[in-house]
Ligand binder design. Structure first.
Ligand SMILES: [Zn+2]
Ligand SMILES: [Zn+2]
Length: 325
């Protein structure tokens, strides 16, 4: 499924089979998660995508053209971080997620809305057993970015999650596993999302712009809505952190300095490192994280994107590329 130009529907196309370049493997895609970032790419909210582009950066597949690290038949995940320079200040200090020359799967590199994908095998990783392909796909970005966001939230006991979608439904499980208390903030009156959050261990779920039931120690904002930033700052205690997990957000309204005062911290999370992936893929089966998924066939990628855009999804949206995935 190909994006020819932002703002237009994806087009079903027959493309030449990708060939593995140096350091790459080719994988037969079994499933590919649909991320909010895909919506931002397709809608033109992120500048300069490769065009035409095969979107998708939560790729689960089996290696069909082996490399040095992964042999034929091995199941691998291909994440958002597709390539880094390896020599800049960021890459040399454990912060490859910030590399200015980084290239991202399904954005500057063709991704997983396809039957075959080529990927730099240094950035692929093994997928834990115990997850089928469709269930595993949301771990790759919703899970990974959520995990990195949770780490950056520090040791907060009372954790607010703003926007209860694919990432939050995974983070809530990890946070509960770590003994934290989870508070879920959704759109006003979204009773289904609030009930879902309670099922996953949130002790409270309610409207994002209404007052929190008690002070929070940290908040993670997954919804791309800038007005949540002052709301979350108002909800955290002195010294608390507000972590913005999305790659794109509407403008943040101006707010009184008082909301930041008291050593509150406001920060974003950008991308992921390979170390995040290793840590989270080891942790997920131990929690164990269970992903809730709505699956669509590859040819219905536009419908899958529309479904995600609707905000009514319970958990994550995934494209089932191989019929038995
Ligand atoms: Zn670099
Ligand atoms: Zn993503």
């Amino acid at each position: 499924m190909v994006l020819d130009s932002p703002g237009t529907p994806l087009r079903e196309a027959e493309l030449p089979a990708p060939v593995a370049g140096p350091g790459q493997v080719v994988v037969a895609v079994d499933a590919c998660g649909v991320c909010r970032t895909d919506l931002h790419v397709v809608d033109g909210e992120l500048p300069g995508p490769k065009l035409p582009l095969v979107p998708g950066h939560q790729v689960i597949g089996r290696v069909v053209e082996a490399g040095a690290r992964f042999g034929a038949g091995e199941r691998v995940g291909v994440p958002w971080l597709g390539w880094t320079c390896g020599e800049c200040r960021y890459c040399l200090s454990g912060r490859e997620n910030l590399c200015d020359r980084a290239r991202f799967t399904g954005y500057q590199l063709d991704g997983g809305y396809a039957e075959l994908a080529a990927a730099d095998e240094r950035f692929c990783f093994p997928v834990p057993d115990g997850y089928n392909d469709v269930q595993a796909a949301p771990l790759l970005c919703a899970g990974l970015i959520g995990y990195r966001s949770l780490r950056l939230a520090g040791d907060a006991e009372r954790l607010g999650l703003y926007g209860f979608g694919a990432s939050a439904h995974i983070v809530a499980q990890v946070a509960r596993h770590e003994g934290r208390r989870v508070f879920a903030f959704t759109r006003a009156g979204d009773g289904e999302a609030q009930a879902f959050a309670r099922e996953l261990g949130a002790e409270w779920a309610g409207d994002a712009l209404a007052p929190a039931p008690e002070e929070l120690d940290a908040a993670i904002i997954f919804a791309p809505a800038g007005e949540l930033v002052p709301a979350a700052l108002a909800a955290v205690a002195n010294g608390g952190s507000v972590v913005c997990a999305g790659i794109h957000m509407s403008d943040i309204p101006s707010f009184p300095y008082e909301l930041l005062w008291g050593e509150r911290v406001l920060r974003s999370v950008a991308n992921l490192t390979r170390r995040d992936a290793e840590e989270f893929m080891a942790l997920a089966p131990r929690v164990p994280v269970r992903t809730e998924v709505e699956a669509f066939p590859l040819a219905e990628a536009n419908e899958a994107l529309a479904r995600l855009r609707s905000g009514e999804v319970r958990g994550a949206v995934v494209l089932r590329v191989r019929a038995a995935a």
